[in-house]
Design a protein around this ligand. Structure first.
Ligand SMILES: [Fe+2]
Ligand SMILES: [Fe+2]
Length: 219
């Protein structure tokens, strides 16, 4: 497994270097780390989990090159090139492509086709664990700032809005509240659900403190 990642790391780092928007492989390293821990606890093919974790966001780099959203599915030909020379069986390679294709198919609307194999479920959980907690907060704030989103809109009640897939939240705080706070409950594996608890609490505390501070509430 270590050898596989070493080989892949060089190729992927080169690929990410040509990206001017500052995507780095840090997210991939953290997702790999979560994914390996989840695999250790939950089972599944360790090589498939490791490789798919490290390669899952090629679609983001393609998207920033094209200045448009590129779906994970559209990235499969490129992903397939990256893994073609790795010492994996054909069925492992198919499995990696499947996990990459479905890594963003979680969501709160029940009507999407859900992957059910443990490797895909672990990749989704690992990716979502990196979307929450301290790093999740920083990533979300960073995204908000660079896209010119308001930090908060106090005219839109925080506790009455629901996250609807495809719509934009009124502010970054609304997004944290409506989406990130709920990700923990939607984790596929018990191990991830457990890891999410502390991270969710931190985000809840952050929102509560922020609202208290902007509204001038001292006690
Ligand atoms: Fe992604
Ligand atoms: Fe990701």
């Amino acid at each position: 497994m270590e050898e596989l990642i070493k080989e892949l790391r060089n190729k992927v780092e080169n690929y990410f270097q040509k990206d001017a928007t500052g995507h780095s492989t840090d997210h991939l390293e953290r997702v790999l780390n979560y994914a390996l821990f989840l695999q250790f606890k939950e089972g599944g093919d360790r090589d498939v989990v490791a490789v798919s974790a490290f390669i899952h966001d090629i679609h983001r780099i393609m998207g920033s090159e094209r200045h448009a959203y590129v779906s994970p599915k559209e990235s499969l030909p490129v992903v397939s090139q990256f893994i073609s020379n790795l010492p994996l069986s054909d069925s492992q390679k198919q499995h990696i492509l499947f996990a990459v294709e479905h890594h963003e198919d979680y969501g709160f609307s029940g009507n999407i086709e859900r992957a059910a194999d443990i490797e895909s479920l672990i990749l989704q959980d690992a990716d979502n664990l990196d979307a929450i907690g301290a790093i999740g907060l920083i990533r979300t704030l960073q995204f908000g700032f660079s896209n010119g989103l308001p930090i908060y809109d106090k005219n839109i009640p925080l506790y009455q809005t629901e996250f609807v897939e495809g719509t934009r939240d009124a502010s970054t705080i609304h997004h944290i509240h409506n989406k990130l706070l709920r990700l923990g409950e939607y984790m596929n594996t018990a191990t991830a659900r457990n890891l999410a608890k502390e991270k969710t609490q931190l985000m809840q505390d952050f929102i509560d403190m922020y609202i208290a501070e902007v509204s001038g509430k001292i006690e």
